[in-house]
Design a protein around this ligand. Structure first.
Ligand SMILES: C[S@@+](CC[C@H](N)C(=O)[O-])C[C@H]1O[C@@H](n2cnc3c(N)ncnc32)[C@H](O)[C@@H]1O
Length: 367
């Protein structure tokens, strides 16, 4: 499981304030909590009625470990055959944990209103100022009967009765289509990484990869599959490509985008090696943000997991922003590493001959 956020939103403080300020929950029925992050405290809600809905595998694992019922959120339908599980699931009340992306935030609020419409139950909005809660509440005021917002911990909480699901129907997000420079078409969703098109760092990594790569490959943090698509297209000798991605919405897009029988999809936390998966090649454009905060530790955990998954002769190819401090981690986890390309603020690094962690090291990492 990934480390909890360094700055978890103080949701418990604001929920308690809201209950003191007149927020009332229906006496029975599910309370859906949309997109809370690991490390956040939602304990003022009755745990036996809460259903956490999240696209993020580490958050799903963290709340499940605390005993919460959890469901995976794949976002807006990617294809007609994929049901929009969260919106179809009615709830007596819904708490929206505000994400920073405006389109994603509006979609969550509209979905919450649709989920609670059958009871007219409260839709509760909670978020940090830095994530745009004030602008969201301003936009909502014209459309629903919003409570007076309450402020605490650099954020706000407010609520409204979901009496009219149609009032916010135009805030629902749809999948979007993007075309890359070579004319290939992909589907993406708001809120996932680089949803407007291919990431320039991934493009540099793909262009730096040599011809003739072969064997079992892994894309750690595969997103909606742009890098994987290119890797498979230029490497006919790759026998399998495992796409490991923690965001279920991105992975749902990747399933649509990577139409190659060699692709295998995993909704998983790449900060830990996938059990039983031994790779000849790993490519990665590791994330360095978790929630609101920049965290090189997240990318460093990817590198250690890659070393643990690679065969002794395996290679890790990664791209990163130039300022990210990955070399020391590579020196610990691999016998050799070097920079093979640098352009437009990015560097491509190649690491070879993974060192095997000793048992005490493995034990330390697991804690
Ligand atoms: C910089 S993006 C690269 C995406 C993709 N490879 C590309 O080229 O477009 C990093 C990806 O890692 C995913 N990610 C973040 N934390 C993760 C974790 N703990 N486990 C697996 N994937 C994670 C993000 O959702 C994002 O899609």
């Amino acid at each position: 499981m990934s480390a909890p956020l360094p700055d978890p939103a103080p949701r418990a403080l604001r929920l308690s304030l809201a209950f003191e300020g007149g927020l009332a929950l229906p006496e029975t029925g599910v309370i859906a909590v949309l997109h809370p992050r690991a490390g956040e405290d939602i304990s003022p809600l009755p745990q036996d009625r809460v259903r956490v809905v999240t696209p993020h595998a580490p958050d799903h694992a963290a709340f499940s470990a605390q005993g919460y019922a959890c469901t995976r959120d794949q976002g807006p339908p990617v294809a007609d055959t994929v049901p929009d599980a969260a919106a179809a699931d009615p709830a007596a009340a819904v708490l929206v944990c505000l994400p920073r992306n405006r389109e994603e935030a509006r979609d969550l609020v509209a979905r919450a209103a649709a989920m609670a419409a059958h009871t007219g139950g409260p839709v509760i909005l909670d978020g940090q100022k830095t994530d745009g809660i004030e602008a969201l509440l301003r936009a909502l005021r014209d459309r629903v009967a919003l409570s007076e917002p309450l402020s605490k911990g650099h954020g706000k909480i407010a609520w409204f009765a979901a009496t009219d699901a149609a009032a916010l129907a135009d805030w629902r997000a749809a999948q979007r289509a993007v075309t890359d420079e070579s004319g290939r078409r992909f589907v993406t969703q708001p809120g996932i990484f680089s949803s407007d098109g291919a990431d320039p760092g991934s493009a540099l990594l793909l262009a730096s990869l040599p011809a003739g790569l072969k064997g079992r490959a892994v894309d750690l943090g595969a997103g909606w599959g742009w890098l994987s698509t290119g890797l498979l297209a230029q490497s006919p000798k790759i026998s399998e490509l495992h796409l490991v991605e923690s965001d279920a919405r991105a992975l749902a897009c990747a399933r649509e985008n990577v139409a190659d029988p060699r692709a295998v999809f995993h909704w998983a936390d790449a900060t830990h090696p996938l059990p039983g998966l031994s790779a000849d090649l790993i490519v990665s454009n590791p994330p360095f943000h978790q929630g609101r905060a920049g965290q090189p530790g997240l990318g460093q955990a990817f590198l250690r997991a890659a070393a643990a998954m690679l065969a002794p002769s395996g290679q890790l190819w990664l791209v990163a922003n130039r300022h990210l401090p990955y070399e020391a981690t590579l020196a610990q986890a691999f016998t050799t590493h070097r920079e093979v390309a640098a352009e437009a603020g990015f560097k491509v690094l190649l690491a070879e001959r993974p060192r095997r962690a000793t048992a005490p090291q493995r034990a330390r990492r697991a804690t």
